[in-house]
Design a protein around this ligand. Structure first.
Ligand code: HEM
Length: 451
């Protein structure tokens, strides 16, 4: 006899747990887990989803092959923004495109990216002045976007078209729509389509230039991408090149900015840890290298702990193509399978006092086998694990260490709430941080000019 389906909490007639999930998705998941255990189902109208929260089960699930759990049906929302690229492409095309992305994100490019990060962070800090307040959510998003554009499209493009690119990109990102039909004539979705067309038009001549002269110095990542071919020999089209590039920027900027914002908030809420991290940052070289960033272990453990308690990835979705078993239950084909980092990251099986901020739990002395870090699924896992993990980690270290070396910081509101916006978790804007330049000297108020 096959194992039973996972149990679901009681819901309303026909719609099941749908209304509760739409009202408060994370609250519904936490309650169901407390009531039914680490593997449970939700009924969303006619659709079913299984949620797998136990650390060992989550790792098993994330490693299931594409033929069992597929990505494409849950990434349809990408298509109106970037076209049928990466996760929204046919599986074989996706694998090839992933290969085309890889050269851009290899470690040997990291020193160049570090220069982009230092330059942009330095310019941003330069705009802050002696004291003032900045919005960690919006301010860091803008900074992270400039870093991504400088790193992937080059300085010339950033200086010539950076502001226009940013304005269009905000409209494109605001049009991310997971639940509603993608072509509904809502003003937000109309703005998204207009911004997408403008961005494609903006990037078309640059792509053509890169095809004629694929010089990585001038065109950065674009130079590599235009040379990309599928395994059957077909060259990647201009439309796909631009879609891939825009999707890489999307994958890079909001995610890193949001994780950075939560990391800063948690550090400022824990002055004992803050003091240790500031001491470490003060002792680090001004011009970071991959080695010097790696040596910042205190900062590293704080970033891991922020990722554990405030993962920006709240759910990882897959479509179940073939039945599989997990935690003693059978998950039928046609269900969604969902992993939930915020719950998995607080599992008492792996983490003592899971609700406490305790970065040292990631130190080798406390976690010699690395189990704590291996349990984190904020960056996904298996064959789809985030390609930009190293980039994101470096950016967070560069920006935080430069910021802490320059300013004394404090939260204006002691406990900033999360945003209710769809997608990733981030502090609601404005998440105000007060700053004062370290060291003596009369002050001049900062002009935090970035929107
Ligand atoms: C803290 C920051 C970041 C977080 C939390 C994050 C999280 C994730 C997650 C969860 C996935 C897997 C999605 C899934 O399996 O459905 C993913 C994939 C990806 N990420 Fe990130 N990401 C971050 C930063 C970045 C950066 C900086 C880049 C680029 C420089 C990047 C590029 C990508 C790409 C290209 C993929 C697709 C990989 C694939 O499907 O093969 N990410 N990311």
């Amino acid at each position: 006899m096959s194992a039973p389906h996972p149990p679901a909490p009681a819901g309303v007639p026909l719609l099941g747990n749908g209304p509760a999930f739409l009202r408060d998705a994370m609250g519904t998941l936490w309650r169901a887990q407390a009531q039914l255990g680490p593997v449970f189902a939700l009924r969303l109208g006619p659709k079913r989803m299984v949620v797998v929260t136990g650390p060992a089960d989550a790792l098993d699930v994330v490693n299931l092959p594409e033929s069992t759990l597929s990505l494409r049906p849950v990434y349809r929302w990408v298509i109106p923004m970037f076209g049928e690229v990466l996760q929204a492409a046919e599986y074989e095309g996706y694998v090839d495109q992933r290969e085309m992305m890889l050269p851009a994100l290899r470690s040997r490019n990291l020193p160049n990216y570090l220069k982009c990060m230092v330059k942009e962070a330095g310019d941003w800090l330069g705009s802050l002045g002696e004291f003032g307040v900045f919005d960690a959510t919006r301010g860091l998003e803008r900074l992270s976007m400039s870093i991504a554009v400088r790193a992937f499209l080059g300085e010339d493009f950033l200086l010539r078209s950076g502001e226009y690119f940013w304005r269009q990109y905000v409209d494109l990102a605001e049009g991310m729509e997971i639940l509603l039909p993608p072509r509904l004539p809502l003003p937000r979705l109309i703005r998204r389509d207009r911004a997408r067309d403008r961005l494609f038009t903006l990037l078309a001549p640059k792509t053509a230039e890169a095809r004629l002269d694929p010089d990585p110095e001038r065109h950065g990542f674009l130079a590599t991408l235009v040379g990309g071919r599928y395994s059957d020999g077909t060259p990647v089209s201009d439309e796909e090149v631009i879609g891939l590039l825009l999707s890489l920027v999307f994958a890079a900027y909001e995610t890193t900015a949001a994780q950075l914002a939560w990391s800063l908030v948690l550090l400022l809420q824990h002055p004992d840890q803050l003091k240790l991290v500031v001491e470490e940052a003060d002792g680090a070289p001004e011009e970071p290298t991959p080695g010097s960033l790696h040596a910042m272990r205190r900062l590293h453990w704080n970033l891991r702990e922020a990722e554990r308690l405030r993962p920006i990835t709240t759910m990882l979705w897959r479509y179940t193509e073939k039945p599989y078993t997990v935690g003693g239950y059978t998950v039928p084909a046609g269900w969604f399978t969902v992993l939930c980092p915020p719950i998995t990251h607080r599992s008492p099986e792996v983490f003592d006092s899971p609700g406490e901020y305790d970065p040292d739990r990631f130190s080798p002395a406390r976690d010699p086998g690395g189990r704590a870090a291996a349990t984190l699924i904020n960056l996904g896992g298996g064959q789809h694990r985030c390609l930009g993990a190293r980039f994101a980690e470096s950016e967070m270290k560069v920006v935080l260490s430069m910021l802490l070396r320059s300013y004394r910081l404090s939260l204006v509101e002691p406990d900033p709430p999360p945003s209710k916006k769809m997608g990733i978790s981030r502090p609601a804007s404005p998440c105000l941080i007060a700053y004062q330049r370290r060291g003596p000297g009369p002050g001049r108020a900062g002009t935090e000019v970035r929107p």
